[in-house]
Design a protein around this ligand. Sequence first.
Ligand code: ZN
Length: 456
Amino acid sequence: MTEYTQIFKGTAFSSTSPKEVQTLKDYLFFINADGTIEKVVAPEHIDYQTLLDTYQDNENFHQLADGQYFLPGFIDLHVHAPQWAQSGTALDIPLYDWLNKYTFPIESKFSDLDFAKEVYEDLVSTLLANGTTTSLYFATVHKEASLLLAEICAKKGQRGLVGKVVMDDPEQNPDFYRDADTQTALADTEEFILAVKELAKSTKQGVYPVVTPRFIPSCTDGALKGLGELAAKYDTHVQSHCSESDWEHGYVQDRFKKNDAFALHDFGLLGDKSVMAHSNFLNDADAELFAETGTAVGHCPISNAYFANSVIPIAHLHSKGVDIGLGSDVSGGFSPSLFDNARQAVMSSRMLEDGVNTALAAEKRGVPNSRITINEAFYLATAGGGESLSLPIGRLEENYTWDAQIIDTKIASAKLPIFDKNEDLNDIFQKIMYLVRPENISEVWVQGNKVHERTK
Ligand SMILES: [Zn+2]
């Protein structure tokens, strides 16, 4: 009898393509010692009953109760970890004031490791409780506090990809919050990369260092070039903000006479392991460059509603072959939940398609063929995120990691409106995506380990 560390039986939902969600009714999932799904067995399979008889009395056999379902763990492609401390505040003011009066002052406080520990521990626990099993984080400019965030992810069992933020241009950044100079920014980044790679050796679910220029406006040419070289030298992930808003897009055009995508590419910052947050203003040439280089878009629909001056054409970018995942952008986006962001992704796309200005005739109001479905939003939060990061995560399939959330539709305080015992499972999936609250997430698993259990 083969030894598996965990075996699960239940009904799961997992994307097979951006538009298609497969329902795996009463499947068996066999997890190996690495925390990878070694075998998935359908009830129709000839061995199903024998396997069930063999394993169902074992201690490590988990059978879902009536009303419970598996979803893949969510993958958040854009979280500013220090901004958790100001989530939900100051969203009614312009971006410039938001950054200078609120965001930079709060981020500067993370030189204090006690404060950093308090905020980061709470954030990582909160994200896990919301079903987010992998996060791509911006930390702050501080090397030590950034490493602390990676350590907290390692300890709490979340797969964390963490960047020490680089913002070295003295003309663009406040004196109280920036790298001392370009050399220090690059040296700190290199030390940070090495420290996280060391930590990764003892972290089952993985932690990853990420080369992180805040965005082009905050960095000198020397820093951008040096960061591209570090990403190549250590084969790291890369993240930044790209073509987010009118101001930022225009700034890069003025400085380089080209769009962000081509400027970032010149510095060696685009590639298969690169994720660019927002990217609302990509034109077709930019999108083609993203597709060619394997660069992904981290779509942040809630944040975009406040700061991006636009709705990103997700359906169009998908048609161009660009990898796309979902980001909360805490705290430009107020919610740590990718359920909330998936809902907003659908709603924003519908508003882009229909348009918003009632003074215009219906046929002139919107952008045709822009809507995405809830299936596509689910894909962004799961499989699309995995492809964006080039990691085997986001699907409940063989050779993917067992990163899963158990959704309980019957919990008394947040019962879903399911009244038909034989309700169509696709309808139940849609109710889950639109109505689930954190209370409905009863367990969260990462790489075969249980990392969150709802307290009763
Ligand atoms: Zn951001």
